[in-house]
Design a protein around this ligand. Sequence first.
Ligand SMILES: [Zn+2]
Length: 151
Amino acid sequence: MDSPANSQKTVSDDEEIDYSIKPEFYDSDLDVKDELWMVKKRDGRTSDAVLSCPACFTTVCLECQRHEQYVTQYRAVFVVNCKVDENRVLQHNSTPPSIVGKRTRDSEKQEAGSADGERLNPVVCSTCSTEIGVFDSEEIYHFSNVIPSEP
Ligand SMILES: [Zn+2]
């Protein structure tokens, strides 16, 4: 009438649980997060254009956004075949007067206020050294002398 079988059963259950643990889920989770970050960085949009050097036609940027007001200007975070000239510093205020003059007072104030004292470095094509844009202190490239084409 004595039945000590209960304690034996418990031990074998514990062993089965140990073998079924698989911590592999965490890695695939990281991949998804990385992809979401990329989409967020581009505001959920794909590239507006592919940009090329106007002198040698080397591709300099595959993912960029067109400027809302100056349609010949593009900004980008990831570039190719470009060099930042860190020996030269440009003043943000050196915008050509012809462009500033056409702007309304409001947008002119906004641009000048936020850009006060900002340091910009020229960006040149690494193939032919033609100046194609500037690199700002927030590590964003602004291309103004490039040839855009369909992405
Ligand atoms: Zn070039």
